[in-house]
Design a protein around this ligand. Structure first.
Ligand code: ADP
Ligand code: MG
Length: 605
C-alpha cells in the first residue's frame, strides 16, 4: 500500500476524536468561543443530553461574512494574531473546534456582523460546507449542532445515557459560570430551564461571591472564607470551606487557571495537603480556587481538552497555594462553623414550637389547649416549673455546676467562663454575648495535636527516655528499613538501637504520647505502612499521622470530670491555639450561640 494524504473530512474526523469526544466537549468548545467573542449572555439549549441537538446563542461580537466562511476551515483562528503561542489571551487558539464539530454533526451557524450591520449563516451537511448566505439574526452568534456522531456510529455507541451526558454538560457550564461571574448563563434541557444565573455586577470579589452563592448556596457562603495572595505577577484567590463543611468526594473543588476550568491532579493534591491537619483523610473541602499567572509560567497546551496544565515552577505554585490556604484556615479556625448552631436553632424553631407572646407582666401565658408534640404543654409545664427555691441547688443527672468566684468571671474571653460540665463531656460556658458549648474531647485532641506539631515543626520534640527499653522483634528487611530511616524516626522523637539479631530496642518516645503506650503495635503499624509505600515523604507522613492519632486517643476521653479551673484552663488554651475551632477530624470543637438567637428562640425579640 502506498502512502497517501488523508482527505480533509477524515483529518477533521480524527481531530474530532480528540477535541469533541462527547456532547459536553462540544458545549465546552462553543461556550469558550462565545466567551472569547466577549459575550455577556450565553444560552445553551439541549435536547436528549445534547445528542439530538445543542444550540448555543451568545450576544458576542459576531463574525463578518468572510470570517464565517473561514471559521470552518481547519487551523483557522482569529486568536493568534502575532503567532505567539505563549501569550494566549483567549480560551481557544487551535482553530480546530468548528471544523471538527462540523465533521461529526450537522452544523448551522448564524451570526450578526456589527460593523456591517448584516446577518449571515452557513451550514455544513454531511461534511459538505455550503456557501454563506444572508440570514435574519439580530445579535451575536447562534450555533446549532444537530445529530452529533450520527455519521460515526462507533463513536455514538460510546456515549452514555442522555442523563449522564446532560450531567457532564451541566458540570461544565457550572464551572464556566463560576469562572465568569459577569456573564449570564442559562441552560435548558428538553425545553426545561435547568440553570439560570444572571450576570453579577459590583466589585471584583462581590461578583465572585454572588455567583458562588448562586451555584454553591448559602451554606457554603456562610461556612467558607476568602483567601487571596498576590505575588510576582501571580494572583491567587478563591473561597474555601471551613473544615466542618466537608464532603465525601473532591467533586466540589472547582479550579481555574488563567480563566480555564481545570481538573489538575497537582491542584487537587495541593488542597488535600493544605487541609491535611484539619480534615480526616477521605473527607474533602469545597473550594473554588482561581489562579492567574503570567502566560509564560504555565503551559495550557498539554491536554487537548485543556483540563490539565503544566506549571513552569510547580513546586513554587504548590507552596504558594498551600501556604495561602493554611494561613487563611488558621485565621478562620477560631470562628466555628455557623451551620451547626444555625441548624440547631432551626431545629429548635421548627419543633412544632411557636414562642408564646409575653403577657404584660413578662410571664408567659400558657393556654390550656396549647399542644406541644401532642402533649399538653400546660400540664407538662407543671411538672417542670418547680418553684425556684426547691430546684435551685438541685443537680440534674450528669450535669455538674461549678461555683466560680465572682471576681474571676472570664466572660470577656472569646470562649467565656466555664459554668458547668454536662454529660461528662460538654463544657457550658458563658461569654459576654452568648453561650458556648465545648466538646471537651474534641478540643483536647486538637490541643494535643497542635502541641505535637509545634514540637515537630520546631524540631524540638520533647522525648522521654524509656526506663526499660522496649524490645521489638522484627525480620531483617524490617530492621534495614528502620535503619535507613533512623533520622526520620529520631526527628519524631522515636529513638532505637539494634538489639542482637532480629530485634530492636526502643530507647525513647515523644513524651506527649504519655505512658503505657503499646510500643510494639506502634512500631509494627508504622513498618507495615512504610513497606507498602516506601517514599521518604510518605514515611514522614505515616509517622506524623500515627503519632497524632495516638496523641488524640490519649487526650481527655469523654467522661472525664473536670473542675472549674480545669475547664477554664482548657478554654484559655483553645483561645491561644491555632486552628482550635476544629478537631483533627474536621468536627467542630465548640459551638457558639448568640444571646440574640437564644432570645429569639424564646420569643423575646
Ligand atoms: P479557535 O477558537 O481555536 O480559534 P474555533 O474553531 O473554535 O477555533 O473557532 C474558529 C474561529 O471562529 C474563532 O477564532 C473565531 O474567530 C470564530 N468564532 C467561533 N465562534 C464564534 C462566536 N461564538 N462568536 C464570534 N466568533 C466566533
Ligand atoms: Mg474555539
Amino acid at each position: 500500500m502506498s502512502i497517501r494524504h488523508l482527505p480533509d473530512h477524515l483529518i477533521n474526523q480524527i481531530a474530532a476524536g480528540e477535541v469533541v469526544e462527547r456532547p459536553a466537549a462540544v458545549v465546552k468548545e462553543l461556550v469558550e468561543n462565545s466567551i472569547d467573542a466577549g459575550a455577556s449572555a450565553i444560552q445553551i439549549d439541549l435536547i436528549n443530553g445534547g445528542k439530538s441537538s445543542i444550540v448555543i446563542a451568545d450576544n458576542g461580537k459576531g463574525m463578518s461574512k468572510d470570517d464565517l466562511s473561514k471559521a470552518l476551515e481547519r487551523h483557522a483562528t482569529s486568536k493568534l494574531p502575532n503567532d505567539d503561542l505563549v501569550n494566549i489571551d483567549f480560551l481557544g487558539f487551535r482553530g480546530e473546534a468548528l471544523p471538527s464539530i462540523a465533521s461529526v454533526s450537522r452544523l448551522h451557524i448564524k451570526t450578526y456582523d456589527q460593523d456591517d450591520q448584516s446577518a449571515w449563516q452557513i451550514q455544513v451537511i454531511n461534511g459538505n460546507k455550503q456557501s454563506v448566505s444572508p440570514a435574519s439574526h439580530h445579535e451575536g452568534t447562534t450555533i446549532t449542532v444537530s445529530d452529533l456522531f450520527s455519521t460515526t456510529p462507533a463513536r455514538l455507541k460510546f456515549l452514555k445515557s442522555d442523563r449522564a451526558e446532560y450531567g457532564a454538560i451541566k458540570d461544565i457550564i457550572t464551572r464556566m459560570a463560576l469562572c465568569n461571574p459577569h456573564i449570564s448563563f442559562k441552560l435548558t434541557h428538553n425545553n426545561e430551564i435547568k440553570l439560570s444565573y444572571s450576570g453579577q455586577q459590583g466589585d471584583f470579589f462581590d461578583q465572585y461571591k454572588g455567583r458562588i452563592h448562586d451555584i454553591l448556596g448559602k451554606e457554603f457562603i456562610e461556612n467558607s472564607f476568602l483567601f487571596e495572595n498576590k505575588k510576582e505577577g501571580i494572583h491567587l484567590y478563591g473561597y474555601a470551606s471551613l473544615p466542618s463543611l466537608n464532603r465525601a468526594t473532591s467533586q466540589y473543588q472547582y479550579m481555574f487557571v488563567n480563566g480555564r476550568a481545570v481538573k489538575d491532579k497537582l491542584l487537587y493534591g495541593v488542597i488535600r495537603a493544605a487541609y491535611m491537619d484539619v480534615l480526616h483523610s477521605g473527607r474533602h473541602p469545597t473550594v473554588t480556587l482561581y489562579l492567574n499567572l503570567p502566560n509564560e509560567d504555565v503551559d495550557v497546551n498539554v491536554h487537548p481538552g485543556k483540563a490539565e496544565v503544566r506549571f513552569r515552577d510547580a513546586a513554587y505554585i504548590r507552596g504558594l497555594i498551600i501556604s495561602t490556604l493554611k494561613q487563611a484556615l488558621m485565621n478562620e479556625s477560631q470562628k466555628t462553623s455557623s451551620t451547626l448552631s444555625s441548624q440547631t436553632l432551626q431545629k429548635l424553631n421548627h419543633a412544632n414550637y411557636n414562642p408564646l407572646p409575653l403577657s404584660r407582666g413578662g410571664s408567659r401565658a400558657v393556654p390550656k389547649s396549647y399542644a406541644y408534640n401532642n402533649h399538653n404543654l400546660a400540664e407538662k409545664a407543671q411538672e417542670f416549673y418547680q418553684p425556684l427555691e426547691q430546684s435551685q441547688n438541685q443537680i440534674l443527672p450528669s450535669a455538674r455546676y461549678e461555683e466560680i468566684p465572682q471576681e474571676d468571671q472570664n466572660v470577656d474571653f472569646p470562649l467565656g467562663a466555664a459554668r458547668a460540665q454536662i454529660h461528662e463531656n460538654y463544657i457550658i460556658a458563658q461569654s459576654e454575648d452568648g453561650l458556648v458549648i465545648v466538646d471537651q474531647h474534641a478540643a483536647h485532641e486538637r490541643l494535643v495535636y497542635e502541641k505535637l506539631k509545634k514540637q515537630i515543626d520546631e524540631n524540638n520534640i520533647i522525648t522521654q527516655a524509656l526506663l526499660v527499653p522496649e524490645i521489638v522483634d522484627l525480620d531483617d528487611t524490617e530492621i534495614d528499613l528502620l535503619n535507613v530511616h533512623k533520622s526520620t524516626f529520631e526527628k519524631y522523637g522515636i529513638g532505637f538501637d539494634e538489639f542482637g539479631s532480629g530485634s530492636i530496642a526502643i530507647q525513647s518516645l515523644p513524651s506527649l504520647l504519655g505512658e503505657k503506650l503499646n510500643v510494639q503495635s506502634l512500631i509494627k503499624d508504622i513498618i507495615d505502612e512504610i513497606k507498602e509505600f516506601g517514599t521518604a515523604e510518605k514515611i514522614e507522613k505515616t509517622i506524623h499521622e500515627k503519632l497524632s492519632s495516638i496523641a488524640c486517643y490519649r487526650s481527655i476521653r469523654s467522661g472525664r470530670r473536670m473542675n472549674a479551673d480545669e475547664m477554664n484552663m482548657l478554654l484559655r488554651d483553645m483561645e491561644k491555639t491555632q486552628k482550635s475551632g476544629h478537631c483533627n477530624h474536621g468536627r467542630p470543637t465548640y459551638i457558639k450561640f448568640d444571646l440574640k438567637d437564644i432570645e429569639r428562640l424564646f420569643g423575646r425579640r
